[in-house]
Ligand binder design. Structure first.
Ligand SMILES: [Zn+2]
Ligand SMILES: [Zn+2]
Length: 437
């Protein structure tokens, strides 16, 4: 995107004195937010292990006079700030976990933390930018606590563990928070969240109404044949040839069975394991993969077709298929009415030309679990240095992932403005923006 002064005709709508005050507070906090982010970046923690991070958050919220609950969904922190006037409950969410990625590059606050993950030694890195989310939300908490008496409602700050998924065998993330009642008591009327993006220019906000990020499911297929000598395949049932046919059969789900003009979908085979030696046809082959979809109907069709294809191809070969599908995250769904209501706020804070609709994203986000229960709006904040070429900006989850901290100010302001505008526009629960999906 090219910015030109001569071509910047937009004028910001008049801002209320409260917003001007919040902007000033946010500007004054910028250095502090960057310092917090660097401290958290240097000490990343994996999902359900965010002990130092949550202790830091809890101490900060306490210092602001905010009511604090800790150990929510394992390591989560929830802060409740009651405004001076009555009104709705607005929840703001920041995720806290890092990833098993070894950081490259030479930032002075680079992570050198290492750990063991799934039996492998690995570095730990905030390679998705959740360190930015925590720091921005700590800044938002400080701004909103400073204008507490002017707030027409309550703010619930949700610092969430394990967005990237809990360790094997553990519960965690947004799903566990919801299960533990984080959206109740006081009952949340709407929830907002943002994700920093390493491939979106600083100063830009991207969003999408309705389905935004995909639902994700995992599946596994075990194909059982009959072991035999590699020189005499006719004496057995070959699960390798059968699995190959299944892999090809799975390709027809998206291309032949789904109305792809409505929404895209993905069926990926991520691993195929079977066999040990050139001249042995093995007993079984195991395959695993992932499914991405945007509507419950398409998701159902994909599940049914995976079962039919694996079972019937196996049967035709005299083999047997065992199919298992694990439903993981639902669609990240921005409530259309709430989105319509709040986009003008983003346009006012970022400038109309800097708020852009993004395409569907086949990635997933567990913010979706909150949105299943209450109207929610999730948007993307620019974190790529201005003028950098997209191909030079490392994607999320990679060792060279980089975030330009000059984007944090807009993060703090946008969340503060969304909160107060939602409160100002509140007309009671009966007319609240948005229906549940
Ligand atoms: Zn991530
Ligand atoms: Zn993330």
């Amino acid at each position: 995107m090219v910015f030109s002064l001569a071509l910047a005709p937009f004028t910001l709508p008049a801002q209320s004195p409260l917003k001007n005050q919040m902007n000033k507070l946010a500007d004054g906090l910028e250095k502090k937010v960057i310092t917090w982010r660097r401290e958290i970046h240097q000490h990343p923690e994996l999902g359900n292990r965010e002990l130092q991070t949550s202790a830091k958050i809890a101490a900060h919220l306490h210092s602001l006079g905010i009511e604090v609950k800790t150990n929510v969904a394992k390591t989560g922190v929830v802060g409740i700030l009651k405004g001076g006037k009555p009104g709705p409950v607005v929840a703001l969410r920041a995720d806290m976990d890092g990833l098993p990625v070894t950081e490259r590059g030479d930032l002075p606050f680079k992570s050198t933390v290492t750990t063991e993950f799934n039996g492998q030694k690995t570095g730990v890195m905030h390679a998705c930018g959740h360190d930015s989310h925590v720091a921005i939300m700590m800044g938002v908490a400080e701004v909103l606590a400073s204008v507490k008496s002017d707030l027409k409602g309550t703010v619930k700050f949700i610092f969430q563990p394990a967005e990237e998924g809990p360790p094997a065998g553990e519960e965690g993330g947004a799903q566990l928070m919801v299960k533990e009642g984080v959206l109740e008591n006081p009952k949340v009327d709407a929830i907002f969240g943002l994700h920093i993006n390493s491939q979106t220019e600083v100063g830009t906000i991207k969003y999408r109404p309705g389905a935004t990020m995909a639902a994700v499911d995992f599946y596994s297929i075990k194909v059982k044949g009959k072991q035999t000598h590699g020189a005499a395949p006719w004496s057995g049932v070959d699960p390798i040839v059968t699995s190959s046919q299944i892999v090809m059969g799975l390709q027809t789900i998206v291309s032949r069975n789904l109305a792809i003009t409505e929404y895209p979908a993905v069926v990926t085979v991520g691993a195929v394991h079977g066999g040990i030696r050139q001249n042995i046809i093995p007993e079984e082959v195991n395959m695993i993969g992932t499914i991405r979809s945007f509507t419950p109907d398409m998701q159902k069709t994909i599940h049914r077709r995976i079962n039919e294809i694996a079972t019937n191809i196996s049967e035709s070969a005299g083999a047997k298929a065992d199919v298992k599908i694990d439903v993981m995250y639902p669609v990240t769904y921005n409530d259309p009415a709430l989105t319509d209501q709040m986009v003008p706020t983003l346009e006012a804070v970022a400038g109309k030309d800097n708020v852009i609709i993004r395409p569907l994203d086949t990635g997933a986000e567990d913010f979706s679990f909150f949105q299943q229960k209450v109207p929610g709006f999730f948007y993307f904040l620019g974190g790529m240095p201005k003028g950098r070429k997209l191909e030079d900006a490392a994607p999320h989850h990679t060792p060279d992932f980089f975030i330009d901290e000059s984007g944090f100010g807009l993060g703090v302001k946008s969340l503060c403005h969304l909160t107060v505008d939602y409160m100002e526009q509140w007309k009671g629960a009966a007319t609240a923006g948005g229906k549940k999906k």
